[in-house]
Structures are given as C-alpha cells and as structure tokens.
Design a protein around this ligand. Structure first.
Ligand SMILES: [Zn+2]
Length: 211
C-alpha cells in the first residue's frame, strides 16, 4: 500500500503531445486513481506534430542503446520541459497551489539540457518575474538522484510498478532496447528487484551497459 500521508494537496497533470509512448498517460491516470488524486490530461496533440523528435515523428524510429550514446539525442523534444512547466505553473496559480513538481533525474542530464539543475534554477528565476503577484516555483526533488535511487525509494513506498510505463517505442510490451528501457532494467538490477512489466527483449540492456 502506498503511503498517502504526504499527498493531501497534490494534483497531477499529464501532457498528450502526440508521443508514441502514450501508454504513459493511462498509467499516470491509473496511478493517480490509486492515490485518489485529481488528474487531468492537457491536450497538446495539435502541437506535437510540429516538433522534430523521434518521440513524435512516426517515420523516425526510436534509437536503441544506452543514454550515453550520441544517437539518443534523437529523443530530445525541443524545449519540452519549459513548455510543460509553463503550462503547469499557470494551472498551479489558477488553483492556488504554489509548487510545480517534476521528476527529472541524473540519467536525464547527459542529453536533455532541460532536465539539469541549471535549467530549473533559471526557470525559477524567470517564474519569479513572470508570476510576481502569485508566486509559484518548480521543485525537482530527484534531480540529483539516479533512476536506481528513485526506484529504491519507490520500492520502499510500495509503488505499484506494474502500473508504470517507461518505454518510448509505443507498443503494448516494453521493447527493452530503447534508452529508457535500458535505464529502467539497469535500475531494477541494481536494486535486486524484478520489473513486473512484460518486455519484448529483457536481455539486450546488458549488452550496452557496463555491469
Ligand atoms: Zn523501450
């Protein structure tokens, strides 16, 4: 059972920007229901096709391998987090909430500049000017934690990982070969835990990670 003690004032928003991995949206909804939290889907579907990214462009395949590899830059969605955080900040202010939380982690830093501490610091400076009368700030509590570290905390809290989604490819089963699948399987291995998701290829990750 998940500890809901600290979640009383949290509300959840997810973004539909035409991502191939839209299964994450139903998973987010399902997790919000487990926690009895308000959840809303922000419709950016007309915006997504304008973006150049393998995550939103049907004929561009999702790269396989480890996040350290150069080809993973194909998964960058231009300016994604500044867009999402701006929308979320507007919603937070409108609901008299003072914090927007986002779960970036250290594995994101290499190829996603908008997941780094410097970006969050700068974004908050911008927000302080943009929302002077109704201050709202972004917090990224896991920005200095690895995916394995977040998983460790989640396992302790009893997070139902069978209701979570990570794979970028967009099929029913997780591929096991994209950067985010590789990182997830590596994190479960580091924690000595079994990932409850079904994978098309559960062994590939070991060929691209130093173990
Ligand atoms: Zn995958």
């Amino acid at each position: 059972m998940v500890d809901k003690g600290v979640l009383q004032t949290i509300e959840v928003v997810s973004f539909d920007y035409g991502q191939k991995h839209r299964k994450e949206l139903t998973c987010a909804k399902s997790l919000a229901q487990v926690l009895d939290l308000r959840w809303e889907l922000i419709d950016l579907t007309s915006f997504g096709p304008q973006l150049r990214s393998s995550l939103t462009t049907p004929h561009v395949p999702i790269p396989e391998g480890h996040y350290a590899a150069e080809n993973m830059k194909q998964t960058v969605v231009p300016n994604r987090n500044a867009i999402f955080l701006s929308v979320a900040a507007g919603i937070a202010i409108s609901r008299d909430l003072n914090t927007v939380a986002a779960a970036y982690h250290t594995g994101d830093h290499a190829i996603y500049p908008d997941c780094r501490p410097a970006f969050i610091d700068s974004f908050n400076r911008m927000l302080a000017l943009a929302t002077e009368w109704t201050p709202v700030r972004v917090q990224a509590p896991y920005i200095k934690t690895s995916k394995a570290g977040i998983l460790k905390a989640g396992l302790k809290l009893g997070v139902p990982y069978e209701k979570t989604w990570t794979c970028y490819v967009g099929l029913d089963a997780a591929c096991g070969r994209c950067g985010t699948c590789v990182e997830r399987l590596e994190a479960f291995e580091e924690n000595g835990a079994d990932d409850p998701l079904v994978y098309s290829d559960r062994r590939y990750w070991k060929t691209v990670v130093d173990v």
